[in-house]
Design a protein around this ligand. Structure first.
Ligand SMILES: [Zn+2]
Length: 104
């Protein structure tokens, strides 16, 4: 378990993970305390929907917003020569946005 979650460990210390919920603890004592109440919960069981297609049906839960902004940015992609971990750079060259208010 520790090897699987090693990327979440602190670089200068060992981390202890709960095998029930994957919570990270900084010491074995804290993990033991955590396990005392974490074991009392049932494991989570994910349920996949039975319907093939899902659609939003509860439109009455939607909130009205006074304004909607649609924006689009264009960029010129150039090969990277400046940063180490980027393949290419995106230099913005144009943008456009539309604000739609309550009157349309
Ligand atoms: Zn736990």
């Amino acid at each position: 378990m520790n090897r699987l979650l090693s990327s979440l460990s602190k670089p200068n210390g060992k981390s202890f993970f709960c095998s029930y919920c994957l919570h990270r603890c900084s010491s074995q004592a804290i993990l033991d305390d955590h396990l005392s109440y974490c074991r009392t919960h049932k494991p989570q069981i994910g349920e996949m929907p039975t319907a093939i297609y899902l659609s939003f049906e509860k439109f009455h839960f939607q909130l009205l917003v006074p304004y909607v902004i649609y924006a689009d940015f264009e960029s010129i992609i150039t090969p990277n020569t400046q940063q180490v971990n980027a393949i290419s750079l995106h230099k913005s060259c144009n943008y456009c946005y539309v604000v739609i208010g309550p009157d349309g």
